[in-house]
Every structure is written in C-alpha cells, then in structure tokens.
Design a protein around this ligand. Structure first.
Ligand code: C2E
Ligand code: MG
Ligand code: MG
Ligand code: MG
Length: 291
C-alpha cells in the first residue's frame, strides 16, 4: 500500500521526506527489511535496588538506526510494526536476543532480571506464550528471570483471551509488570484482575515530587498500594538527585532512570552492571554533579 501511494505521488523526494506523512510512509516501507539489514538493535537500561544497592536487572529497549533518517525512537516505529503484523516477528527477535544476552550475563555469575516490553498485538495474536517459551528454552534463561512489561493502557478494554495468556505466562514462572502505571487513564481494578508482580510507575508521577506535598502524597500512595498488594514498585525516569532523595524518603525501593544509568548496548552492559556506583544512592555531592 505504501508503494502504491508513493508511485501516485508527484512530489519530489525531499518534500515527501520532510512532511510527517512522508516520514511515516518511509519508515513503514523500510521497517520490514530493517531487521534483515541489521539496523535494529537492543539497548539495556539498569534497574537499581536501593536496599540491595546494586543493579538488580535491566530493561531491553529496542533501537532502530535508519541508514538515512538516523535513530528512530521505538515510540515512533513500534506502532507502525503493530499496524501491519510485523510486531510479532519483531518481538520474537527481541525476546531471542535479550534472553540470550541475559543468559550470558548470568552464566558469568551475575544475579539479574531481564525486562522485555511486550506489545498487546503480540499478546492478542496468541503467539506470545509459545514465543516466550521458545526464547526461554533456547537461551536456558529461567522463567523467573524474565519480566514481561505490559503497558497499562492495553487493558482498558474488556477482559479477554489476553488475560488468560498473561496468567499462563505467570504460571510458567515469568514475572508480569504493568508498565507506565498511572499514565493516562488508570484504574486500580486492573491490579485485581491481572497477575501483576511489579508496577512501573510512570515518570509523570515524579513531576513536583520534591516541592509539592500533594504530588509526594500520590507517589507515597502508589508505593503503599504496592506494599499492601505485595507488588514491587519501580520508579521510572529518575533524572535528578532531588527526585531520587524524595523517592527514597517515600520508601521507593526500585529505581530506573538516567541518573542511575542510561540505556547502553550489549558491549558496555557488563561494565555498567559491575561498576555501578552505589554512593549515587546516598545523594553525595559528587553524585549530584556527576551526570
Ligand atoms: P518504557 O517501557 O516505559 O521504557 C522506558 C522509556 O523511558 C525508554 O524510552 C527509556 O529510554 C526512557 N527513559 C529511561 N530513563 C529515563 C529518564 O531518566 N528520563 C526520561 N525522560 N526517559 C527515560 P524509549 O527507549 O524511547 O522507549 C519508549 C517506549 O517504547 C518504551 O517505554 C516501550 O513502551 C516501547 N518499547 C521499547 N522497546 C520495545 C520493544 O522491544 N517492544 C515493544 N513492544 N515496545 C518497546
Ligand atoms: Mg518498559
Ligand atoms: Mg514505562
Ligand atoms: Mg514510561
């Protein structure tokens, strides 16, 4: 369809690429081959435990380096993949790569968990369960090491077969996390319906957390909710020492964000994990000025 539209178009090359539609069309056209051409890769971002004072896990984040357009963010191309069914082979690749990578790090004696973002389309396709099982079998990664991150917005609809598949993955021993918790429309009811082990609290919650009592109270409530339901709460998008300090006062035990570590490619990952500077968590001046 993208090709047909392109042919009928009399616009010149540069013009089409300049417009948002042109970019979208081009990305949608190029994405199917991106994997084969080796333009897709994964980065990994650390998740830190404040009590353990170390990197407890990493989240796999998909990257596309387009040969002409440069880096394309996943928020832009994942939806395109979801539109035309590419998402399933794409997610399969992500699962295979990431589980193999993590299994390697574990074999070297590290104690880590892997977070993989899951698309609702993959869940609805019915192939997520066999795809996860295959990735675990091939890599030898124990299921409890794999956390499947599912965005909360996916569950706005009625309960459906996807719920059953999530339950199956949970029964297999995988960890289920609700990603972007609190972004957009939230409903606590999801927490009773779905087998959720971890809440990833959206970065939006951090806005005003240092100065505004009401913002802090909200975050405190999410952490308390997690405690009562035996759900671990991870704060996403921690960028400043002030946010970190406020989160620690509020009892948040798990942190992710640029302050603790940016996403890195597999070649730099072991060093990031092994040389994590725990004094960051103490809010020392060196840490405050360090990043
Ligand atoms: P997410 O799962 O909520 O991932 C966290 C996002 O926050 C990542 O953006 C990460 O780079 C960014 N981030 C981390 N620390 C900070 C910080 O301190 N400040 C700010 N402002 N941002 C921070 P990224 O990599 O652009 O990914 C965006 C979204 O794309 C992800 O949100 C996830 O929903 C989706 N995504 C990424 N990889 C995959 C994938 O393999 N499959 C699927 N289905 N979706 C993916
Ligand atoms: Mg995520
Ligand atoms: Mg998130
Ligand atoms: Mg987020």
């Amino acid at each position: 369809a993208a090709k047909a539209a392109g042919k009928g178009c009399v616009r010149r090359h540069g013009e089409a690429a300049d417009s948002a539609t042109g970019r979208r069309t081009r990305l949608a056209r190029d994405l199917p081959d991106a994997l084969a051409r080796g333009e897709l890769r994964l980065e990994y971002q650390p998740v830190v435990g404040t009590v353990e004072r170390r990197v407890l896990g990493v989240e796999a984040l998909l990257r596309w380096d387009h040969p002409v357009l440069g880096p394309v963010p996943p928020a832009e191309f994942v939806p395109l993949a979801e539109d035309d069914g590419l998402i399933v082979p794409l997610q399969r690749w992500v699962l295979e790569q990431a589980t193999a990578e993590l299994a390697g790090l574990l074999r070297q004696g590290r104690d880590l968990q892997l977070g993989v973002n899951i698309s609702v389309r993959h869940l609805q396709s019915g192939s997520l369960v066999p795809d996860v099982a295959a990735a675990l079998a091939r890599s030898g990664l124990p299921p409890r090491r794999l956390m499947l991150e599912v965005a909360e917005s996916l569950f706005l609809g009625q309960p459906d077969r996807a719920d059953g598949d999530l339950q199956t993955l949970h029964d297999m021993g995988c960890v289920i996390s609700l990603d972007d918790f609190g972004r957009g429309y939230s409903t606590f009811a999801h927490l009773t319906r779905l087998p959720v082990d971890v809440l990833k609290m959206d970065r939006e919650f951090l806005a005003g957390i240092e100065a505004d009592e009401r913002s802090a109270a909200l975050v405190h409530t999410v952490i308390e909710l997690g405690r009562r339901l035996s759900i671990d709460v991870v704060a996403e998008g921690v960028e400043t020492p002030g946010e970190l300090a406020a989160l620690q006062v509020l009892g948040c035990r798990y942190l992710q964000g640029h302050l603790l570590g940016r996403p890195v490619g597999p070649e730099g990952l072991a060093a990031v994990i092994d040389s994590f500077d725990a004094t960051l968590l103490d809010g020392e001046p060196a840490a405050a000025g360090g990043r």
